[in-house]
Design a protein around this ligand. Structure first.
Ligand SMILES: [Zn+2]
Length: 213
């Protein structure tokens, strides 16, 4: 099974579909729910957090998020940090892992993770260096990448720098199918698609702390 850890497209049963609180929960398949920093608005935040609180124990809701910090988009940093902290709290209440969006805010992210070391956090669309990958993995992070993060020489170096037992793959909002993501990653890593598929399934289940298949 080519598992898609984070997608905004509905319809696949081997994927985690990302929902915003304003969206309808898909009829079947796994999903996550979070307030994306780009869509965060101070006046609707409380209502959206309420919506999330009402579904956190849904059996098909696997993770809280995507949520996080983006210094290139979205509202003021303090508002973003407040919303992120509230969603970290929801993840704690639900005992479900967190899927994080982070752009140019790694210092803040690392500081927050240090005070939540026992929680499972995955960083999606990881676009940092191999050194950053090692630093994040030492703190327990899992790292998810898609085609964009594997582009060019720096993308190859990045992918090879992610510890094998922390690697996740995703399509996010990219229209290419997850098969292409696995194909490209397998080629860069010099392994068969079957071996990569098995590796990612183990990683997904270890990260979530439950069996899915
Ligand atoms: Zn996304």
């Amino acid at each position: 099974m080519l598992f898609d850890f984070h997608t905004h497209r509905v319809g696949s049963l081997s994927a985690i579909h990302n929902c915003f609180p304003s969206e309808v929960i898909p009829d079947n398949g796994y999903f996550s729910m979070g307030i994306h920093p780009w869509l965060l608005r101070e006046d609707s935040m409380v209502d959206e957090l309420e919506t999330m609180l009402s579904v956190i124990h849904h059996t098909r809701l696997l993770m809280i998020g995507e949520c996080g910090i983006d210094k290139t988009k979205g509202p003021d940093l303090n508002v973003q940090l407040t919303a992120f902290q509230r969603q970290i709290d929801l993840s704690q209440i639900a005992s479900k892992p967190l899927v994080v969006h982070c752009v140019r805010a790694f210092d803040e992210l690392i500081r927050l993770k240090k005070s939540h070391l026992s929680q499972q956090w995955a960083l999606h669309a990881f676009h940092g260096s191999p050194q950053m990958a090692i630093q994040l993995c030492r703190m327990g992070f899992y790292l998810s990448v898609g085609l964009r993060q594997m582009e060019g020489d720096s993308g190859m170096v990045r992918l090879r720098g992610i510890p094998a037992d922390r690697l996740l793959l995703e399509t996010d909002d990219d229209p290419h199918p997850i098969g292409e993501v696995f194909g490209k990653a397998a080629a860069i890593l010099g392994m068969s698609i079957e071996a990569l598929e098995a590796r990612v399934v183990v990683n997904v289940q270890t990260f979530l702390g439950r069996s899915l298949f």
